[in-house]
Design a protein around this ligand. Structure first.
Ligand code: T3D
Length: 263
């Protein structure tokens, strides 16, 4: 069986490629398990300081594979989609957010349904100019899931999030950039180089900073300003006692580049 997720180990980061190109890399149970294993492996490898997720072929990810026998109901039977979310999608989104390393998403083509949610849950999203984003759920009688009803309004604002989810319209990459859904749109041929450039920067950055920054933004979503100020104080106190801060300051004083280690 061909691997449904390809893993390329680079210096300081890993590239994970969703690999069901004929079905626009839509998620099956098999692909979920492969992605989960790849994320666990990356986390366990302390020299891995960033992840890049992309799709093989012309699509990024078309969400749930609607024909996957693991969810497709027999005629007359009701599928339990809540179970699919509980078993696969919710752990995936939680894992991506909890990973102590930045996740860069290179959206190489169409993203639909939970494929959009996968991008929303990443830390840096770069999209090819030919990419598009579809809130496909309304077209099949579902609601946006995998964190989309939470993350989407926070990224693009409630007015756009609601209208987009309710219509299921397809958003072109440039519109997605204008709305703040993606960090940057680039010409198709340079997508991977741009996304890898981010990973290369993270590979030499302070892993303590990267993890703390990522977590602080997540924590802020549930905090008021006072609590967040307290949180920043406590985190800065912790980081200030760490080896990355010592190295960062020493390097600055010595007018050289800091040398940060693995996580
Ligand atoms: O458990 C649960 O289900 C709950 C969790 C839900 C999470 C979700 O993600 S629900 C949303 C599921 N996704 C969709 O509804 C999107 C369905 N796909 C599309 O609407 C279109 O394929 C696209 C707009 C994404 C792209 O259109 P287009 O014209 O560029 O490509 P295409 O011809 O439709 O697709 C190419 C092939 O991929 C085709 O297969 P074939 O005919 O060549 O053998 C198509 O059937 C297949 N494909 C695309 N998306 C899916 C899929 N097969 C299964 N499931 C898919 N989601």
């Amino acid at each position: 069986d061909e691997a449904t997720v390809l893993v390329d180990i680079r210096l300081g980061y890993r590239v994970l490629t969703l690999n069901r190109p004929d079905k626009l890399n839509s998620f099956t149970g098999v692909m979920h398990r492969a992605l989960r294993a790849a994320l666990d492996d990356a986390e366990a490898d302390k020299s891995c300081k960033a992840l890049l997720i992309t799709g093989a072929g012309r699509g990024f990810c078309a969400g749930q594979d609607l024909a996957d026998p693991e969810i497709a109901a027999e005629p007359g039977d009701m599928p339990d989609l809540g179970e699919t979310l509980e078993k696969h999608y919710n752990p995936l989104i939680r894992k991506l957010r909890a990973l102590p390393l930045p996740v860069v998403c290179a959206v190489n083509g169409v993203a639909a349904g939970a494929g959009v949610s996968l991008a929303l849950a990443s830390d840096v999203v770069i999209a090819a100019r030919s990419a598009s984003f579809g809130q496909a759920f309304v077209k099949i009688g579902l609601l946006p899931d995998s964190g989309a009803t939470y993350l989407l309004p926070r990224l693009i604002g409630p007015a756009r999030a609601r209208a987009w989810a309710l219509t299921g319209d397809t958003l072109k990459a440039e519109q997605a950039e204008t709305w703040g859904l993606v960090h940057k749109v680039v010409d198709d041929p340079i997508l991977m180089a741009e996304a890898e450039a981010f990973c290369q920067r993270f590979a030499v950055a302070s892993p303590a900073s990267l993890a703390a920054i990522k977590r602080a933004f997540d924590i802020a979503d549930g905090n008021d300003l006072d609590s967040q100020l307290d949180y920043e104080r406590d985190e800065q106190r912790r980081l200030g006692r760490g080896r990355d801060y010592a190295e960062g300051v020493e390097a600055f004083m010595e007018k050289r580049k800091p040398v940060f280690g693995g996580r």
